[in-house]
Design a protein around this ligand. Sequence first.
Ligand code: PMP
Ligand code: GLN
Length: 380
Amino acid sequence: IVTKLPNVGTTIFTVMSALASEKGAVNLGQGFPDFNCDPALVQAVASAMQDGLNQYPPMAGVQLLREAIADKVEKLHGRRYDPAGEITVTAGATQGILTSVLCAVHAGDEVIVIEPAYDCYVPAIELAGGIPVFVQMNVDERGYSIPWDKVAAAVTPKTRMIMVNTPHNPTGSIMKAADVQALADIVRGTDILILSDEVYEHMVYDGRQHESLARHPELSQRTFINSSFGKTYHVTGWKVGFVAAPAAMTAEFRKVHQFNVFTVNTPVQYGLAAYMKDPAPYLDLPAFYQKKRDLFRDGLKNTRFELLPSEGTYFQCVKYGAISGLSEAEFCKWLTTEIGVAAIPISAFYNTPKESGIVRFCFAKKDETLRLALDRLAKL
Ligand code: PMP
Ligand code: GLN
């Protein structure tokens, strides 16, 4: 058959995880925790199964979970999304993102993508027949930032959507209030929609605040907010997330969702709804991960890696120019094979070939895993 996605191969995360396991390397590549979730969450899901909650839930998701999500978003960000018509439970953020794009982007529409960008955005746009328009982030020793003047310049009458991601994978940067304001200034008076990928919403460090677009009265009117329980509760394999969007956008979203997955597995939704009553697990998450970030950063200070800031997410980017002149992909292969630590090349998050001499490590690991990796990296 004639391929619809000529530029797509196996994802870099799968490739690097396979190489790490083949070489017995510490896998700081693909982003997922190497520790278990809270047993109370497993118990909550098991109870739902034992109670017979094993048939199709409503198309939009279990009502109790949508209410719990609405309550949480309102408490944290001050906007009440209606659980009935503005929140949909998804099979992870990957499905939420694909469905948001498929329901809103028509053939020939342009979608602005800020690079480096998470790998599922562009294929989603291409499957919808849309045209990705790329704007690259700036990077210097203070870290990555979005050049909003370039985003504004990329807008044309065909622009249908702008995709943003905060906290940002792979750079670990976060959008500040001024970024949100700049975005609002660009879209005001247009019919451009926003897709805001906020899967790392609860991983923001150093006392900073997550600038959810739900907080912004103007922007939230035109935004699909995508999140994922996989990140928040250390259950990336469960693949459950949600999309919050105004009623008219949610109605279109659900038309696609209905025939995309129809609905998402029932007992996990009941388990999450019960577990979410306690805010402590997500309120404690920044402190939990900040400790790991600091352990990892302190260890790397003994190496020739140059550390970029990590303001959010569970990723730490480093420059390796003082260690090697290899390309990012070759350096990651070398690091995995010869040093025994896997990382991800930032070049994999660009659609245009780009080498910045930067790779990404994931620090969502047991302290002992991070120490083992640091022992190996200490040679560098
Ligand atoms: N967006 C970003 C930025 C991510 O890092 C991920 C997880 N790798 C996703 C979306 C997808 O989330 P999920 O696993 O819930 O599909
Ligand atoms: N989001 C994870 C990462 O950035 C990987 C998820 C996946 O393998 N698709 O590492």
